[in-house]
Structures are given as structure tokens and as C-alpha cells.
Ligand binder design. Sequence first.
Ligand code: HEM
Length: 66
Amino acid sequence: MRRAWSTPPRPTDRPVWELRNKQGFAVLVRHAIDGFRAHPPKGGMPALSGDEVRDAVFYMSAGRSK
Ligand code: HEM
């Protein structure tokens, strides 16, 4: 069985993203910017703007949660 949590979700792993997308896009973006469990704030790249991180989340989640 696939694990939805605690491992970095790959953009190609659609079933995992379907589960995460249920939280809503705003929650995914907040977790990506602020950090979430093993996820570092801004993916460990503090120089990124919030808009850049949001765009990356949109790509990774395929925009389905919007
Ligand atoms: C700018 C680059 C990155 C973006 C936009 C990004 C985005 C995300 C998003 C949207 C999630 C799902 C959060 C949720 O389900 O609420 C996630 C999960 C996660 N990411 Fe990243 N990520 C980035 C870089 C990284 C890096 C560099 C690492 C590892 C060093 C990492 C490790 C993780 C882990 C471990 C999770 C799963 C957290 C959990 O559910 O326990 N991410 N990421």
C-alpha cells in the first residue's frame, strides 16, 4: 500500500496527491511555506517568495485542489 504521509510526495504519484489535495490548496501552500512535520519551511530555500512556493505546489498537486 502507498504511504500518503511522512515521505516527500512525488509530483507523479497521483493517488498520494488525491489524498493530500482533499485538505485544500491553501493548506498545502501553508504547509509548504511554514513547514509541516518532516517538510522544511519553503523546502529549505528561504530565498523563495511565497508566490514561487505556491506555484511549485500548484504544479506538484496538478492544481486539482484549487
Ligand atoms: C519548494 C520546494 C517544495 C515544495 C513546493 C514542497 C511542497 C510540499 C507539499 C505541498 C507537501 C504536502 C503537504 C501536505 O500534505 O499538507 C509536501 C510534503 C512533504 N515534503 Fe515537501 N516541498 C518542497 C521541498 C521539500 C524538500 C526539499 C523536502 C525534504 C528535505 C520535502 C519533504 C517533504 C516531506 C517529508 C513531506 C511529507 C510531510 C508529511 O506529510 O509528514 N519537501 N511538500
